[in-house]
Every structure is written in structure tokens, then in C-alpha cells.
Design a protein around this ligand. Structure first.
Ligand code: 4NP
Length: 150
């Protein structure tokens, strides 16, 4: 489960990239891949047009509709990866057990080239969306390697 704030930029991109990479690796069906937002402002909406444009320029199509993270997702999913530390705090607040808390990680814990937050591109220009693409692409590659070796 990939988690951001609005579920219209970063986490739907991570979902689509991870789906794309796992299909390329012949691992479709091995993972239950989803994304959600800690906030409900954009529920039901398609991903932001700037995010869709950037992804499409790299050959990835976004088909997700925004949905909010629910408490049950913490028991239903094995790994919940948050795009930034605000999302991490908000997701942890929904966890009811130590097991659930252990499943919540920062997405960039899997980034081979950096740590911390995936910057929120919402208020910025198109170059911010390209930066998000680069971070999400290499982190999803590393995540897939990591999970498929388990
Ligand atoms: P996301 O970006 O969390 O990557 O989907 C955002 C989208 C919308 C808002 C904030 C972040 N918003 O405040 O509406």
C-alpha cells in the first residue's frame, strides 16, 4: 500500500510504476498493489493531470481513482509505504497493534540514492513532477528487488 496525502500525485504514481515493473518481471499477481491518501479532499478523482502527463512521457499510464486510507488497510496489507513523514505520522495514528506499526515504513527507506520525504509536487511546477518520477522509479525498482528476493 503506497500512501501520500491526496492520493492524486505521488502514491498513484508509485502504484502504477510498481505494477508496471512487476508485470515486466513476470510477477503480476504476486502482489496486491494499491494506493491511498491520508486526506479525503480528492476521493474519486483521477490522478493530477501533471502527474499523468509526466508518467505518460515515461510510458506509464495512471488509471487509479483517489481513495482514502482506512484503518482496516493496516491489517489487510503487509507493507504500508508512506511518501513523507506527515503521511507516516498520520498512518501510524491508525495503527492498533505493534504488528501494524511495524508494517508502516517510509517509501524512501528503499531508495538506493537518498532518504527522507518524496517532495510534495502539488504547489510547484512540472520539474517537481519529473523529480518525483525519478525518485519513485528508482525506489520501486529497488523495492521490487527487495521483495522478490524474500
Ligand atoms: P499527493 O499530492 O499527496 O502526492 O497526492 C497532494 C495533492 C493534493 C494536496 C496535497 C498534496 N492538497 O492539498 O489538495
Amino acid at each position: 500500500m503506497f500512501i501520500c496525502s491526496g492520493n492524486i500525485c505521488r502514491s498513484p504514481l508509485a502504484q502504477a510504476v510498481f505494477e508496471h515493473l512487476s508485470a515486466e518481471a513476470g510477477l503480476s499477481g504476486e502482489f496486491e498493489i494499491e494506493s491511498s491518501g491520508t486526506g479525503a479532499w480528492h476521493v474519486g478523482e483521477q490522478a493530477d493531470s501533471r502527474m499523468r502527463k509526466t508518467a505518460s512521457a515515461h510510458g506509464v499510464k495512471l488509471n487509479h481513482r483517489s481513495r482514502q486510507l482506512h484503518r482496516e488497510d493496516l491489517s489487510d496489507y503487509h507493507l504500508l509505504l508512506t511518501m513523507d513523514h506527515h503521511n507516516h505520522r498520520d498512518t501510524m495514528a491508525l495503527a492498533r497493534t505493534p504488528e501494524e506499526r511495524e508494517k508502516v515504513r517510509l517509501f524512501r527507506d528503499f531508495d538506493p540514492a537518498g532518504t527522507g520525504d518524496v517532495p510534495d509536487p502539488w504547489y510547484g511546477g512540472l520539474d517537481g513532477f519529473e523529480d518525483v518520477w525519478q525518485i519513485v522509479k528508482r525506489t520501486c525498482e529497488s523495492l521490487l528487488k527487495n521483495l522478490s528476493s524474500e
